[in-house]
Design a protein around this ligand. Structure first.
Ligand code: UD1
Length: 336
């Protein structure tokens, strides 16, 4: 089976390409390198001994997307490409709506023309807004708090409408909880430029003494230690979830939604303490004001993905902390 992976050189995309290649799928990557680096292609090859076909294109460019389909028989598309910084989406909403919606519509139009019927979409737990109950099930009400999240929700709506109109389609929407960790080899991981927005990239830079301390955004949340609770999932587990979704998609028509999480919530301080312990480093922190838009707690009910996809996360929080740090120390040059 030949899979087109958009955003295949990004954090989750690259780990998914490795898992696909290890399972002997053929992989074609489309990535415009806007938030990724071409070195990742070499690293994927180093890990798997296979070099995926690569197109440096913007997925909003219909002619170029069509060219990929003309040159390769594509059986399924996994669509990761998209902007994902919550804060930036608030200050630059048009950029987010234009890019995230346009790329998805373009891909879907070309797929329709080329009769490619299998689509897997990277959604996010952000579509559950501020959940009234925990753990979060797929049928909970949906809402968003920022333009990034709204692009995910709008795309989910487009996919639901499309699925009603085209009965040949198989669409799987994967709602990711908080992906962290890195490939065990230390070759692939998350490498945001500038000051990181998300918790784990910030922790690793503090541990590596590139930043003086972590700002813990609030300790008065309704959680056991007062700091925010999230469902962190190892990126390799998340990547494996896409293979399960592909297997499901091959024998199914319609649209389905799955949470990809572990079902376990850890607080900011749980993560800091675990990181310090397993890596034997110090992560100094200060409690500061809450970050606007953050919620108390968010963790998945992973039962549906387990029952219907046979997916279960195998890595625990210790592995996530060890692998995140391992990636940073093995790649020091690029983090100066
Ligand atoms: C955000 C996005 C989510 C996206 C995820 C990963 C929203 C509302 N959230 O999740 O869609 O999938 O990023 O890209 O759309 N924290 C600190 N100090 C920091 C950074 C974070 O204390 O410097 C705390 C936060 O308050 C939160 C937890 O750490 O309690 C996790 O934050 P973060 O890693 O940014 O992820 P989310 O906000 O959960």
């Amino acid at each position: 089976m030949r899979i087109l992976v958009t955003g295949g050189l990004g954090f989750i995309g690259s780990h998914t390409c490795v898992e696909l290649l290890n399972e002997n799928y053929e992989v074609v990557i489309a990535d415009n390198l806007s938030n990724s680096s071409i070195d990742v292609l070499d690293k994927i090859e180093k890990i798997t001994s296979k070099r995926p076909k690569f197109y440096e294109i913007d997925v909003c460019d219909k002619e170029k997307v069509s060219k990929i389909f003309n040159e390769n028989e594509i059986d399924a598309v996994i669509h990761f490409a998209g902007y994902k910084a919550v804060g930036e989406s608030v200050t630059e909403p048009l950029k987010y709506y234009r890019n995230n919606l346009d790329s998805t519509l373009t891909l879907l139009e070309v797929m329709k023309k080329e009769k490619c019927h299998n689509f897997i979409f990277s959604s996010s737990a952000t579509v559950y807004g501020s959940p009234k109950e925990l753990p979060i099930k797929e049928n909970f009400p949906l809402s968003t708090t920022n333009p990034y999240g709204t692009t995910k929700l709008m795309i989910e709506q487009i996919l639901a409408d499309l699925s009603k109109a085209d009965k040949d389609l198989s669409i799987i929407v994967l709602r990711y909880f908080n992906p962290i960790g890195a490939h065990k080899s230390g070759l692939l991981g998350e490498n945001p430029s500038g000051i990181p927005n998300n918790l784990m990239p910030y922790i690793v830079r503090v541990a590596d003494k590139k930043l003086p301390f972590l700002n813990v955004f609030g300790n008065d949340y309704d959680t056991p230690d007062g700091t925010g609770v999230r469902d962190y999932i190892h990126v390799v587990d998340l990547a494996r979830g896409h293979l399960k979704a592909l297997e499901k998609g091959a024998n199914f028509k319609g649209i389905e939604y799955y949470n990809l999480g572990t079902g376990i919530g850890y607080s900011v301080l749980d993560l800091v303490k675990t990181f310090e312990k397993v890596n034997n480093v110090k992560v100094p922190y200060k409690i500061v004001d809450r970050r606007p838009g953050d919620i108390d707690a968010c963790y998945a009910d992973p039962t549906k993905a387990y029952k219907e996809l046979g997916f279960k996360a195998i890595y625990g929080i210790d592995d996530m902390c060890i692998d995140s740090y391992n990636f940073i120390i093995k790649n020091k040059e690029s983090h100066k």
